[in-house]
Ligand binder design. Structure first.
Ligand SMILES: Cc1cc2nc3c(=O)[nH]c(=O)nc-3n(C[C@H](O)[C@H](O)[C@H](O)COP(=O)(O)OP(=O)(O)OC[C@H]3O[C@@H](n4cnc5c(N)ncnc54)[C@H](O)[C@@H]3O)c2cc1C
Length: 389
């Protein structure tokens, strides 16, 4: 099979140092051996087995960018980028370790007290804890300041109440960062992030594992908090009211990683399509011999190359600490739009077979759609970019 990692004929990016490249190979082997063969089963169950999470932990794939002192592998965002590429190239993007590693764990690393870091990060690294972040509510998605979840103080506990929806890893997660209002009068300044551990917790309930059009191996769910008692020591940050600022600081990395997922999946779409059009025949010749096919694939390869070069530059800047939020928004919006285009046009080259679920391009088509929606919709990305003008 054409290698999705080589389909663009680009030199190795600067951020892919030897240890990052080794991690990519290891992560790719893990996904090929442990996840891909069972992926249909995971899609049917609507989630990846916990045992696979624990195996990923044993293999060193959880918390790759967390310091070794907290059980991580001591890497940087480049290591997470290698794992993102591996997931996309193998086509198992519903396995929610990217959110666990590169979204949930960094909140604890950046805002957690020493005690919180020692308590949670090693268990996130082993897979004993699976992470989720619960921002979205039925009445508040793009407009995050509109969250209605509350955390009321009761002695040295908070009573957390509210409903969340669309939460990635929602059935498997047992450590959830909940976006709440500790002061409903103060708008954004009243928002706080509170970490809840859900094992045997009263006042916490999981709702439906939602029936989606794609990303079916992920347990995107509803969550309900009904005066759940959480120690005040689980607040992230030194004081209440920091939640909105913390989210604004961390969302650029979330946006960059969605851009990474997008380009890796676009590369896989190109690879499987090149293989298909070489084999499939019509009018006595291979589909690749039609000039339309060649022009289409030439255009898509060109655009994917432009996208990969831009993404590589963003990763390098992010690792060096210099990626601004507006460029991260560009990566999320432009690369996920590109992914949608590449996958759609590749599917067309499969003809009717592209519409059949047994062909991988059909799954890629279903999985691609949400990339323009979550992590902040692409319309919200444009608003953020426009603010930098
Ligand atoms: C599969 C999946 C996984 C997800 N995982 C998570 C998760 O782990 N944690 C989490 O907290 N959330 C998660 N989400 C939620 C996701 O981030 C939200 O769905 C998204 O931010 C959009 O919010 P919304 O659905 O409420 O849409 P709305 O905010 O209602 O938007 C509807 C439409 O209006 C547009 N719109 C809204 N405001 C404006 C504006 N100011 N200007 C122009 N257009 C605007 C939007 O772009 C969109 O097209 C997930 C969603 C999905 C589908």
């Amino acid at each position: 099979m054409t290698d999705p990692a080589a389909v663009l004929s680009l030199p190795k990016p600067g951020w892919a140092t030897d240890d990052v490249a080794m991690l990519y190979d290891m992560a790719r082997r893990f996904m090929e051996e442990e996840v891909a063969p069972r992926y249909d089963e995971f899609e049917k169950n609507g989630m990846v087995d916990r045992a696979v999470w624990e195996k990923a932990g044993e293999a060193g794939l959880l918390c790759a960018s967390m310091p070794e002192a907290y059980g991580g592998a001591g890497g940087t965002y480049a290591h997470e980028a290698a794992i993102i590429d591996a997931l996309g190239h193998v086509g198992v993007d519903g396995f929610g370790i990217v959110l666990h590693n590169a979204i949930v764990a960094p909140y604890i690393l950046h805002y957690g007290s020493e005690e919180q870091k020692r308590n949670w990060l090693p268990r996130l690294a082993s897979g004993e804890l699976i992470g989720a972040i619960a921002m979205t509510e039925p009445g508040a998605g793009s407009d995050l300041q509109g969250v209605k979840s509350r955390a009321r103080k009761d002695g040295n506990h908070y009573l957390v109440s509210g409903s969340k929806t669309f939460i990635t890893n929602g059935q498997n997660a047992n450590l959830i960062i909940v976006v709440t209002k500790t002061d409903a009068e103060k708008g954004a300044k009243g928002m706080s992030l509170i970490v809840v551990e859900t094992d045997d917790a009263d006042g916490f309930e999981r709702g439906r594992n939602l029936d989606k059009i794609g990303m079916k191996a992920n347990d995107t769910s509803e969550l309900f908090f009904n005066d759940m008692r959480v120690p005040t020591a689980n607040l992230l940050g030194h004081e209440e009211g920091q939640g909105f600022v913390q989210l604004m600081q961390q969302l650029p990395q979330e946006r960059l990683l969605i851009g990474g997922q997008a380009i890796a999946m676009a590369e896989r779409a190109l690879a499987v399509t090149i293989d298909y059009v070489r084999e499939r025949k019509a009018f006595g010749k291979a589909i690749i011999d039609f000039q339309n096919t060649q022009f289409k694939l030439a255009e898509l390869k060109t655009e994917a190359t432009v996208g990969r070069v831009f993404y590589n530059d963003c990763v390098a800047r992010h690792v060096a600490g210099g990626l601004d939020p507006s460029t991260a928004s560009m990566a999320k919006y432009w690369l996920s739009d590109l992914q949608g285009k590449v996958v759609d046009e590749c599917l067309q080259l499969f003809g009717g077979y592209g519409y059949m679920n047994e062909y991988p391009i059909a799954r890629m088509y279903r999985d691609a759609r949400v990339q323009r929606i979550y992590g902040g919709t692409n319309e919200i990305m444009k608003l953020l970019i426009a603010r930098s003008l």
